[in-house]
Design a protein around this ligand. Structure first.
Ligand code: GRF
Length: 230
């Protein structure tokens, strides 16, 4: 381990999933570098059949649990159990990675500016589901993905990093999704590193809007990843 790696503070991260967990896997892979400023200490799935659970266990994540939302009478009951699991693991930052439950203001407030999400569109366009089919129906020429801090409104919150990809004439929702997903796996580790290391902060612009400011001009440039800038 290099001296720099030995001195890095690694924030304890919990990941919430519902499915295959390829973004989760990208974060786990990034955190295998001792110099990465976060370690993945906990994965929680609301579904027992989520493919990501086996990946998390195989990768040696110490705390991998299922919290089934169907066995909890209310959304907040479910979240209190999730919260207890996160606290038991000493989690400091939460990353949503294909987590298909809406979160209540109670949970979101508990993790204010420590809760991030990845969305397969260039927010604020195409919030919600079926982003790729809707983008193709609109004939857009650029698609992409976004990592943002979570706020109570769905797919709203200060944007940390985005990646753009071209839309091709012969794209289907599946081919476009695959192109975007490749970029999701690049930007999520990058965004988590910024949050964990304290390189980004949420500020107010002159109109009172919440925006993410990144330390230094070079870092700000890198908040957009585009096909011609690897
Ligand atoms: C990703 O496209 C993510 O952006 C969206 O759901 C998908 C999850 O994929 N929220 P995975 O479970 O990370 O493979």
């Amino acid at each position: 381990m290099s001296p720099a790696a030995a001195s890095v503070t690694r924030r304890r991260v919990g990941i919430l999933i519902s499915g295959g967990g390829s973004n989760m896997a990208a974060l786990i892979a990034a955190a295998q570098d001792p110099a990465y400023p976060a370690e993945i200490v906990c994965v929680v799935s609301n579904r027992a059949d989520a493919g990501g659970l086996a990946k998390a266990r195989a990768a040696g994540v110490p705390h991998v649990v299922v919290v089934d939302h169907r066995t909890h009478p209310t959304r907040e009951d479910f979240e209190r159990t999730v919260q207890a699991e996160l606290e038991a693991a000493g989690v400091e930052i939460v990353a949503l990675a294909g987590f298909m439950r809406l979160l209540t203001p109670w949970f979101i407030a508990r993790w204010h500016d420590r809760l991030i999400n990845i969305h397969p569109a260039l927010l604020p366009s195409y919030k919600g589901l079926h982003t790729h089919a809707r983008a193709l129906a609109d004939g857009v020429k650029i698609a992409g993905c976004t990592v943002h801090f979570v706020r109570p409104e769905m797919d709203v919150g200060p944007i940390i990093v985005q990646a753009a990809v071209p839309v091709r004439d012969d794209d289907t929702p599946e081919t476009l999704a695959a192109r975007v997903l490749t970029q999701e796996h690049r930007i999520y580790p990058s965004a988590l590193a910024r949050v964990a290391s304290g390189a980004v902060r949420v500020a107010r612009d002159g109109d009172g809007n919440e925006v993410v400011r990144t330390e230094g001009a070079v870092a700000t440039e890198a908040s957009l990843i585009s096909p011609d800038r690897p």
